[in-house]
Write a protein that binds this ligand. Structure first.
Ligand code: 13P
Length: 248
């Protein structure tokens, strides 16, 4: 039985004041059987750690370097994430791929670096609208995942999460239908089972892309949708808690 995971990706939003209020709001009255995670901007991780220690809410990064330390101006290392008790780190978000030019190989290197520090990667994958319309959704998603599986090797697949985020649904208000989400999630699980059936059964596959309180329950009711990666709606405490509640 996979415990659902609901993760908030705050992207580049917030201030120390607004984050204090948002974290207070999320922690108070949170009711969920899901594991709940927030990913603030890296500069606010220590603030999140101080406020969330001892609560049911975990914290993590939105991105990480694949290097341990050294002359990499502006980067954050997996060792630093571990030092500040990040349990999860998002990697390969479509904004990292499209705006910052990250390749499947770059994402795979980050995956390996995180696993080697005992941090759980949340690997984001997903197709653009053109790719969906061309009928190549699974080809794109398979390549994104297979590059990571190959680089990681079987002994790094003990604990990771996949987030299926169709690019056309991110921040657009357009959500995949429950049927569209389930179809891709089931295909991802089938892809994992070609490597290892037990990995396929235990790996959580989250949906992301305009998930909100109004559509969360029907998306997460699908057998292969194990939670959500939430952008905009995770910046409003009541909306995020409603999604956590919808997860069970
Ligand atoms: P929205 O929920 O704002 O569409 O963003 C989804 C996302 O990119 C989460 O990583």
């Amino acid at each position: 039985m996979r415990q659902p995971l609901v993760a908030g990706n705050w992207k580049m939003n917030g201030s120390s004041q607004s984050i204090r209020e948002l974290l207070d709001g999320i922690v108070s009255g949170l009711e969920s059987k899901a594991e709940v995670l927030v990913c603030p901007p890296a500069i606010y991780i220590q603030q999140a750690r101080e406020m969330l220690s001892g609560t049911a809410v975990k914290w993590g990064l939105q991105n990480v370097s694949d290097k341990a330390s050294g002359a990499f101006t502006g980067e954050t290392s997996p060792l630093m994430a571990k030092d500040l008790d990040c349990k999860y780190v998002i990697i390969g978000h479509s904004e990292r791929r499209s705006i910052f030019g990250e390749t499947d190989k770059d994402v795979a290197a980050k995956f390996c670096a995180l696993v080697d520090q005992g941090i759980v990667p949340i690997l984001c994958v997903g197709e653009t609208l053109e790719e969906r319309e061309a009928g190549t959704t699974m080809k794109v998603v398979e390549k994104q995942i297979e590059t990571v599986l190959q680089e990681a090797g079987s002994n790094r697949l003990g604990n990771f999460v996949i987030a299926y985020e169709p690019v056309w649904a991110i921040g657009t208000g357009l959500t995949a239908t429950p049927e569209q989400a389930q179809e891709v999630h089931a295909a991802i699980r089938e892809l994992l089972s070609r490597t290892d059936e037990s990995v396929a059964q235990k790996t959580r596959i989250l949906y992301g892309g305009s998930m909100k309180a109004a559509n969360a329950a029907e998306l997460m009711a699908n057998p292969d949708v194990d939670g959500g990666l939430i952008g905009g709606a995770s910046l409003v405490a009541e909306d995020f808690k409603a999604i956590c509640h919808a997860a069970g």
